[in-house]
Design a protein around this ligand. Structure first.
Ligand SMILES: Cc1cc2nc3c(=O)[nH]c(=O)nc-3n(C[C@H](O)[C@H](O)[C@H](O)COP(=O)(O)OP(=O)(O)OC[C@H]3O[C@@H](n4cnc5c(N)ncnc54)[C@H](O)[C@@H]3O)c2cc1C
Length: 413
């Protein structure tokens, strides 16, 4: 049995970031896949560079941005002015929808504006549907927020709760709305984002370059954990740890420690289709587009516009229920038909493609789930087991949050 001070499950951005901060100490990463990066990996095919659905860097803290800049020094990085659109009723309008309702046909604009004016942001943890209607009014809720989120989360809005999206849907600011209307929109923290031209995996490569590869075991699966005796059992052996850092999804991890309560955690899958075409993009500016309507996908993004490359290169995101069987070929055909109908492709030929299923894709935050998660994480903490990252904490967070969480934890233990 091998003894290790910091045993890390998963070589995604969370696990690698934690190891980076402990690079001079005794650590070991166990990763079930054959590649580093988890969801921050990239794919290279026929000259196209793709991520798992476009993984872009937005920073909430200057410290994390500085850390990123140091890691990425010498790499080809683009700072991109975000250009996000919504495809509504046959037209592309600016995102966010709620601040650009003046771009709707006049009748719908007045409807949204008056509903918004009379909306009274409620208190309490209401069903999401109710929260959205009462915060933004029926117009904005029914034209965009409810149908879009139902596609993304692949569930009825009432299966989610206010807290699932609360932070992402702040109360609409009327003076700001008027500024958007007058074309004077102010700047926000995520107006620009950073992207390595060779794919998101560039940050993973930089982290790995600072680590000892012998201390990262690929193709090894953690199967069971004996939390009271601090032991991990994997497909390759048995380990005794002092601290266990988990980055794999909390529902799977709970099963590994023998906890059966995680069945209360709901989530959905996301099918990502990365598509490469033989001709340039018709639109040269848009970064990504949200689709609340009947289109098969909920979001598409343009790698070519973001990375400044020639040929049209798209990522497509489609939400599915947790246990739904995904027919990739059917999804591809429906996607291509919809792309043609909305004018993203014309006489373009698909010349390369890569599907990837993210499962779990999005955690559905519910009261019961939150109670379970908080109780479980505290109980693990008592046993020197720590959760880092979006899936281990069962939350809605991004790569910069993973980097921050890893750094903070590394400073504490
Ligand atoms: C559609 C979509 C788009 C996104 N876009 C962005 C974006 O643009 N910008 C952004 O900042 N964030 C984005 N995110 C969020 C981002 O993907 C996550 O925050 C981040 O990748 C989480 O990293 P992680 O290391 O915590 O988890 P993961 O990347 O999931 O890594 C966990 C690792 O654990 C391994 N593992 C699992 N089980 C075991 C086991 N039993 N034994 C050993 N290893 C195991 C897995 O193989 C995996 O490599 C997006 C997420 C989604 C779903």
């Amino acid at each position: 049995m091998q003894r290790v001070k910091y045993l890390i499950i998963g070589a995604g951005i969370s696990g690698l970031s934690f190891a980076f901060h402990k690079r001079n100490e005794d650590y070991l990463i166990i990763e079930k896949d054959s590649v580093y990066g988890g969801l921050a990996r990239s794919f290279y095919k026929d000259g196209f560079v793709w991520d798992v659905a476009g993984h872009f860097f937005h920073f909430h803290s200057d410290e994390t941005k500085t850390h990123y800049d140091v890691l990425m020094k010498g790499k080809n990085i683009r700072t991109v002015e975000k250009c996000a659109k919504v495809y509504y009723a046959g037209q592309f309008m600016d995102a966010p929808f709620q601040y650009n309702i003046h771009q709707l046909p006049p009748k719908e604009f007045i409807e949204c504006l008056t509903d918004l004016y009379f909306a009274d942001r409620p208190d309490g943890n209401l069903p999401f549907d109710e929260f959205v209607r009462r915060t933004y009014g029926n117009g904005i809720a029914e034209k965009f927020l409810i149908p879009y989120n139902e596609k993304l989360y692949a569930c009825h809005m009432n299966d989610l709760e206010r807290n699932s999206m609360g932070g992402f849907l702040p109360k609409l600011d009327f003076p700001m709305l008027m500024n958007f209307y007058r074309g004077l929109r102010g700047r926000t923290y995520n107006d620009t984002f950073s992207y390595p031209v060779n794919g998101c995996v560039e940050i993973i490569n930089s982290l790995v370059a600072n680590l000892d590869k012998d201390r990262i075991h690929l193709n090894e699966i953690v199967q069971r954990i004996d939390a009271s005796n601090k032991r991990v059992f994997s497909t390759n052996g048995e380990y005794q740890y002092e601290y266990l850092i988990n980055t794999c999804a909390l529902n799977s991890f709970a099963r590994m420690v023998g906890d059966t309560g995680a069945t209360c955690l709901n989530y959905n899958q996301v099918l990502v289709l990365n598509l490469g075409f033989d001709k340039p993009s018709i639109d040269k500016k848009v970064s990504w587009v949200y689709f609340p309507g009947t289109e098969f996908f909920y979001r598409i993004g343009f790698y070519n516009n973001i990375a400044g490359t020639e040929r049209l290169s798209l990522y497509i995101e489609i939400g599915y229920k947790a246990n739904e069987v995904i027919d990739i070929e059917q999804a591809l055909q429906r996607t291509l038909a919809d792309l043609k109908r909305i004018g993203v492709i014309d006489n373009h030929n698909l010349i390369a493609y890569e599907p990837y299923i993210i499962n779990p894709g999005y955690a559905h935050i519910t009261t019961v789930g939150k109670e379970y998660t908080s109780h479980f994480i505290s109980a693990m903490f008592e046993n020197n087991i720590y959760m880092v990252g979006r899936y281990a904490r069962w939350e809605y967070s991004a790569m910069d949050d993973s980097m921050e969480q890893a750094k903070q934890l590394a400073a504490r233990i």
